[in-house]
Design a protein around this ligand. Structure first.
Ligand code: FES
Ligand code: FES
Length: 155
């Protein structure tokens, strides 16, 4: 099937298999490998991407469902600089080790901060509960998101 969408702010037209997931489309057709594939069952959050402003599971969406949509990956978010402070906070707080979960964590955390600029640690944990991390124990991630919230409040 032919689809047209916007990815990283640029128009994209491709023919895709109807069964191809969005995350596979991004990784294999567009070589945007920042979105990772973990469980492929909508559980781990490694494949998180933004579609028309909402953070969704790229493994649970088909590429054809994104026809006409605006898709943003972690590469696009990094390119615009909108989450640079959050990325820096992750580095300062050692909120990543292997980095496999990090793209999904960043997208989800940025979404949390956009909707709730001053989240409590409990609210951050709840909001990130759909993104699994096997390395950090989560504490540093929560601290990094809090650090970002406080810095944005002062800016
Ligand atoms: S790979 Fe999509 S939620 Fe785990
Ligand atoms: S840093 Fe390794 S899974 Fe989160």
């Amino acid at each position: 099937m032919a689809i047209s969408l916007t990815v990283k702010g640029a128009p994209v037209r491709r023919r895709v298999e109807p069964r191809q997931s969005l995350v596979d489309f991004l990784r294999y057709e567009l070589e945007l490998t920042g979105s990772h594939v973990g469980c492929e069952h909508g559980v781990c959050g490694a494949c998180s991407v933004r579609v028309d402003g909402a953070v969704l599971r790229g493994c649970l969406m088909l590429a054809v469902q994104c026809d006409g949509s605006r898709v943003e990956t972690v590469e696009g978010v990094a390119a615009t600089g909108e989450a640079r402070d959050l990325q820096q906070a992750f580095a300062i707080e050692n909120a990543l080790q292997c980095g496999f979960c990090t793209p999904g964590m960043l997208l989800t955390a940025q979404d949390v901060l956009a909707r709730r600029p001053d989240p409590s640690p409990e609210e951050i944990r709840e909001a990130l509960s759909g993104n699994y991390c096997r390395c950090t124990g989560y504490h540093a991630i929560v601290t990094a998101v809090r650090r970002t919230a406080e810095a944005r409040a002062r800016a």
